[in-house]
Ligand binder design. Structure first.
Ligand SMILES: *Cc1c(COP(=O)(O)O)cnc(C)c1O
Length: 431
């Protein structure tokens, strides 16, 4: 095996002894691309450094939170200050009030919000709340959308479940899965049809307003508005899962970008600035059904942890600067245009998608990507070759053909140029 990754290889051998598959989250195991996962030791700005001292330009960004780049000085300084004050109290703090206020200011559809510790917890809790409020049991999701590893949402899910070719997990009772309807993404007719039959049983429809766990698939015009109209007509709640898109495709997420008001929103990733935070929130009348006010129980020992909330607060403050997201988007556009030109020069079918600071790369014959079926026509073998050719040249992409990529504020022009240089050689190697 490669001398370049000698320490990562040794660490992985050690890891598999006491950690299932050697990883604490499946996509990290490189099953989607083959080879040995890279073990990282440090990170700074747009760069990651592995255990062998190799440097990488990072387009994963800890799966989203590192939108400012790694180890942003203001985030680090605020964390040091909070560390000196205390780590956890298990009681209310001024910090969580500030974060709640900030979230509600940025996302007007959220009138009331509760903090949790992960995106999964957020979607799980939002689903329970939707069921408790509507007194209905059924939920609707879309094929290829991933909403965390919640039992009733791990049906035809994306992300690791897709990468592993194992969309339905073992251990989920058939009765639970049977409560979930799964529809094709971007297909409003299918939604209309389902609701015309089952509308009265449906508690909620949950959607990634830009799908980011089957690579990156933007909503077609009218799709999200259609979901808003249909759910409202049938008394079902619309949940935007903005764990990935929130504060990413624009400061106010996909709901701000597309001008849609969901009933409930789930947040994660960016909101914790790299520490474990999630949140769900929305209409006040719904949120007031939560304990201690109402009958829907939800709780968390670590929820609102002062360190995690501190990182989130500083991050949200920084990315609220005017023009922040436009700059991210422009930079991403330059990268994608460069990649597309190089791929086509190499004679490879290649198409990209982009919404704000998130993007998708496809070795795919379609001239645009709007459906799960089109995503599945991607040449995964070619992606694997490309991924490893980029990795060898110091560019770290998500280790799967079915994950979105992320631009961060710390990516400089030199990083973009170096990425394109690497890609020129990597495309040639992928023919
Ligand atoms: C990552 C993600 C989740 C799950 O969040 P975790 O913090 O990994 O539990 C849920 N929904 C979406 C859209 C995601 O991208």
């Amino acid at each position: 095996m490669s001398q370049r990754l000698a320490n990562s290889i040794a660490l992985f051998e050690q890891a598999v002894r006491h950690i299932p598959g050697g990883v604490n989250s499946p996509v990290r195991a490189f099953r989607g691309v083959g080879g040995n996962p890279v073990f990282f030791k440090s990170a700074s700005g747009a760069h990651l450094f592995d255990e062998d001292g190799n440097r990488y330009i990072d387009y994963v960004g800890a799966w989203g939170p590192m939108i400012l780049g790694h180890k942003h000085p203001k985030v680090v300084a605020a964390l040091h200050e909070q560390l000196d004050r205390g780590i956890a109290y298990g009681a209310p703090t001024a910090l969580e009030v500030q974060l709640a206020d900030k979230i509600c200011e940025i996302l007007p559809s959220i009138e009331s919000v509760r903090l949790v510790n992960s995106g999964t917890e957020a979607t799980m809790s939002a689903l329970r709340l939707a069921r408790g409020c509507t007194k209905r049991d059924k939920v609707v999701k879309f094929e290829g959308c991933y909403h965390g590893h919640v039992d009733s949402l791990l049906v035809k899910a994306g992300s690791g479940a897709l990468t592993l070719g194992n969309p339905d997990s073992a251990g989920i009772p058939a009765d639970t899965a049977a409560q979930t309807f799964v529809l094709p993404y971007n297909d409003l007719d299918a939604v209309e049809h389902l609701f015309s039959i089952h509308g009265h049983e449906i508690a909620c429809l949950i959607v990634e307003p830009v799908a980011g766990n089957m690579n990156c698939v933007p909503p077609v015009p009218g799709f999200l508005q259609g979901l808003r109209d249909i759910t409202a007509r049938h008394g079902a709640l619309l949940i935007f899962d903005e764990v990935m898109t929130g504060f990413r495709v624009g400061l106010s997420g996909a709901q701000g970008r597309y001008g849609i008001t969901p009933d409930l929103t789930t947040l994660g990733k960016i909101i914790g600035g790299g520490l474990p935070v999630g949140a769900f929130g929305g209409r006040k009348d719904l949120m007031q059904q939560l304990a201690p006010l109402g009958p829907v129980y939800q709780a968390g020992t670590m929820s609102g942890n002062p360190l995690a909330v501190t990182a989130g607060l500083v991050l949200l403050e920084e990315i609220s600067a005017p023009g922040f997201h436009a700059a991210l988007e422009a930079k991403g556009k330059r990268l994608l245009e460069g990649l597309t030109t190089l791929a086509h020069e190499a004679g490879l079918p290649f198409v990209t998608t982009q919404v704000g600071g998130m993007f998708g790369l496809y070795f795919n014959e379609n001239d645009r990507i709007e459906t799960f079926a089109q995503v599945m026509q991607s040449n995964v073998a070619r992606f694997r070759t490309f991924f490893h050719a980029m990795l060898e040249r110091g560019v770290y992409l998500a280790p799967s053909a079915f994950e979105a990529g992320f631009i961060c504020a710390a990516h400089g022009e030199a990083d973009i140029a170096a990425t394109l240089d690497a890609a020129r050689a990597a495309f040639a190697a992928s023919k």
